[in-house]
Ligand binder design. Structure first.
Ligand SMILES: Cc1cc2nc3c(=O)[nH]c(=O)nc-3n(C[C@H](O)[C@H](O)[C@H](O)COP(=O)(O)OP(=O)(O)OC[C@H]3O[C@@H](n4cnc5c(N)ncnc54)[C@H](O)[C@@H]3O)c2cc1C
Length: 422
């Protein structure tokens, strides 16, 4: 009998495993074959993620964080809306080689006596009075007092079978471009480029995340497109889309390594039931505009750990009532910050023909308004997101609205007004 079984060794599950295995008998199960290779990911890891992993991860570890995140470019067809951290203070965060942070969490789990099973998929869960029984794809079973479901957007059947809702999900594509450090820096000045062109995706960005000797690129937010169609589109963009050609030039990539998968957003209502918690992207806790999902992963894990530790100490039965503290705390900590993404999503991704012009005006605003840039900088580095200052977002929204042409102001004023209330 395990104290806790965690399904899914993405950032949410692996972070929780490293924390909870300090005091509970823990099994972490991952469907992909991590012993062979943890799939590489180059991600933006903002400073505001740091408090949730401060005991486990060394912020100066260059294997995990190859370089600081100095500059973001919110780029339109006409403007570079650059957030340059040197204008205000410390870096925006670190760039993250996510496969290495996952490996570090798994090492810690194992050093603390926990077990990691990779290349093993859980296909069925049976509920019993005092425990849950998990059955894998080889027909083997495990019993546990508590289950943490951290299956991202790849475990919806399990999630439904336990009576949870599933979040909305969209398609994303990812590929890595490789070159030496000098070439990468020559091609791309910014650590992060967030670019919107509705012809690529009307529901998400085309992006670049720059590491030291590799850049991750792709687009997010498509709906109802086949895997082949998405890869074909990515190929055409990389070969022909003019604004990004200087970034791609001279770098190596192999289209057969492109990954297409779902990304979820719009949180489900409840993240817990008797003896079960849901963490990370599986809850739909991904910011609706920027698709930021590592923050919710580490935050859910930290909050789950803080909720569960006293419950283990008192020999709890992990009732729904006791676990609801986790739901409440996750919502308290994350949802104020999520409001900004909800408003931006409502304004940009749903506005049909206005997408391009709204985005252009937003990037122009960042380009010319230092206070707007400062407020975005502050959100990146804020260690207390529960107290995220939504009036700063409102300031940016008002200045943005103020820049619209008169006719657009008339058409879009109800939308801007509603966005402020989201
Ligand atoms: C292309 C792209 C780029 C992104 N870039 C960023 C970024 O720069 N910064 C950022 O903050 N966020 C980014 N995100 C979002 C972020 O990466 C994800 O939201 C986050 O990694 C999700 O973590 P997770 O642990 O919740 O889920 P996942 O990482 O999806 O992990 C879930 C794991 O569960 C396993 N699993 C599922 N079902 C089972 C089962 N039945 N049995 C066993 N194992 C199972 C899966 O194999 C998987 O490994 C990006 C997302 C995409 C798609």
């Amino acid at each position: 009998m395990y104290d806790v079984i965690i399904i899914g060794a993405g950032v949410a599950g692996a972070t929780l495993a490293s924390k909870i295995s300090k005091y509970a008998k823990t099994l972490l199960i991952e469907a992909q074959d991590y012993r062979k290779e943890i799939p590489i990911r180059t991600n933006v890891f903002p400073e505001h993620n740091k408090p949730f992993i401060k005991e486990e991860i060394n912020w100066d570890d260059k294997v995990i964080f190859p370089c600081p995140h100095i500059k973001s470019n919110y780029m339109s067809d006409e403007f570079n809306g650059i957030i340059d951290s040197t204008e205000f203070g410390i870096p925006l965060g670190n760039m993250c080689y996510t496969e290495n942070i996952l490996q570090e969490f798994i090492n810690q789990l194992e050093q603390q006596g926990g077990t990691f099973n990779s290349n093993e998929k859980i296909s069925k869960i049976n509920r019993h009075d005092d425990y849950l029984e998990l059955i894998n794809n080889k027909g083997e079973s495990y019993n546990t007092r508590l289950l943490a479901l951290a299956t991202g957007s790849r475990g919806f059947d399990l999630q439904r079978s336990l009576g949870f809702e599933i979040p909305d999900h969209y398609t994303g594509a990812l590929i890595h471009l490789f070159g030496n450090e000098d070439k990468i820096n020559e091609n791309l000045e910014y650590n992060y480029v967030f670019h919107i062109n509705p012809k690529i995706s009307s529901m998400g960005p085309f992006y670049f995340n720059k590491g030291k000797e590799r850049i991750a690129t792709g687009f997010l937010g498509g709906k109802n497109e086949s895997k082949d169609a998405v890869i074909d589109k990515l190929d055409r963009i990389l070969k022909n889309y003019k604004p990004i050609q200087p970034i791609i030039e001279g770098l190596k990539y192999d289209l057969s390594t492109a990954i297409v998968g779902d990304i979820s957003k719009h949180p489900i209502k409840s993240f817990s039931k008797d003896r079960v918690l849901v963490l990370g992207e599986a809850t739909g806790l991904v910011t609706a505009f920027f698709y930021e999902g590592l923050l919710p992963g580490v935050a859910c894990a930290d909050i789950a750990n803080n909720t569960l530790k006293p419950l283990f100490e008192k020999g709890s039965k992990f009732s729904r009532l006791e676990l609801q503290k986790y739901d409440k705390e996750v919502k308290r900590v994350l949802l104020p910050y999520f409001k900004n993404g909800n408003a931006l999503e409502y304004l940009i991704y749903n506005e049909g023909s206005h997408v391009k012009s709204l985005w252009r005006i937003y990037t122009e605003l960042l380009n010319e308004n230092k206070l707007a840039r400062k407020y975005i900088y502050e959100a990146y580095i804020n260690h207390d997101l529960a107290n995220h200052n939504t009036s700063n977002d409102r300031y940016v929204g008002e200045k943005w609205f103020g820049k619209l042409p008169t006719l657009s102001k008339i058409t879009l004023s109800p939308k801007f007004f509603k966005a402020m209330l989201l």
